[in-house]
Design a protein around this ligand. Sequence first.
Ligand SMILES: [Zn+2]
Length: 541
Amino acid sequence: MKEPDRKVLEAKRARYADIEITVDAATLSAEDRAVLAPLVKAGAVMTRLFWKQASAEGLEVAARLNARADAAGKRLADYVDLNAGPWDRLDDFEPFYGTRAKPAGATFYPEDLTPAEFEAWLAAHPGDRPAFESPVTVIRRDGERLVAVPYAVEYRDDLVQAARFLREAAARTRDPMLAGYLESRALAFTSNDYYPSDLDWMGLGTAPADKASPIEVVIGPYEVYEDRLMNLKAAFESFVTVKDAAESRKLAVVEGLLDELEASLPIDDRHKNFSRGKSSPIAVVEVVYAAGDTAAGTQTTAFNLPNDERVRAARGSKKVLLKNVSQAKFARSLVPIAKLLLQPALQDQVSFDAFFNFVLLHEVSHGLGPGIIARPDGTSTTVNLALREAYSGIEECKADVLGVLNSLILVRKGVLPASVGRTMEATYLAGLFRTIRFGIGEAHGIANMVQFNWLRKAGAVTHDAARGTFGIDSAKFEPAMRDLARALLTVQAEGDYEGAKALLKTYGAMPDEVVAALQRVRAVPVDIRPIYTLGRALLAE
Ligand SMILES: [Zn+2]
């Protein structure tokens, strides 16, 4: 296979900063440890399964490279491991070892299958549609026919092994909700019916205090991004985590204040919406071990599951924030960006506490503001339908701006410490550059671009052209944020599609000073490569 130039490979690898991700073992009971060990082992099975899903040759390539003793072989083995195969996940799956393109359908479909052939088969065999479009089947050729094979059959041996680990963990926990989920998920691995266990997952964390386990785990086939052919097939992954008790207590307080936060929104009272209810519960956890799909390439700091709309209709969904992963990204990317781009006086005002509370209040703020909107003719629609393709950018922008404003409200109420208020502006400013860096072609990127340009125009963000650094005019900051919140919320409340497009167009372009700023931070890692210290220790037990 064609090997990359050493310099090229090293530059690719330097985009990821290695960092330890762990939880304080002293906070875990003997029972917690005993439950975590088999869960981590089940997670390792998810990694093997994901590699089998991602490509036909990944595992074999890795085995060959791991057997090599030379430095070039070791470098390659490491980067193949990081990408779960010889294709670069930060460079649109370009092959970095060898030349073969990664099949768009991974191994979920026959490699030569086209979407047209898939659709033609379903048109001729309409009864096959449920099985073919199921997220938990693979499509294979059987002579002239196409057939859907359940994951439970295709991956039987691995899934039977994973189920055994889950049952082992279930037998060791005193928490009936956790045991129930692990038992039903183990059953799903062999029945291929994930619905009952998805329902059970929503009940995790609700056991009575004397039986409650801090362990939060999710394991199974979830996201469909690895299937770039049809976006139908779910990839295996796992998060083995421990709940953060202090954050959970804080969230409970915030949930009790939702009506107050809604009342304080800077819009006309007639647009305020007190009937949205608790859209989705939020949990804050520390990751012990992440595996499979989610461990490959860039690392997630939050997820919202399950994806099954039937479960969402019956029980809602749960947003889980990964605190120690956020902390790692803060240290390895936000802090270095702040050092390069913020004025010296602001650099030591960047704090993880402000960053994480902002992230938390961003999520909470998605549940505030207009949802269902009444039309003049008496019918109704929803904000996302009314704003069409402009919705995501506007909604992410709203969640960011309200995230800051609500953090400041909670500081004034004494729910969050004063230090969060003192460090919010600088931390938020550095965060704008961190997100814009990922590109303004997607919702979060353009949302941050809009905020930057709005604040710059209002004079709330200042620029030192000689040094290329940015500052904040504190007197103008909060009023400008409130004005932007009012503009965004009004567009949403009125379902004003043209207004939404105009806002994104007027404020969404990248000015030269930001282009230059991004150039200055190009050497800052774009992501982290976690080293799960405790997870690895448990795996070896
Ligand atoms: Zn968001």
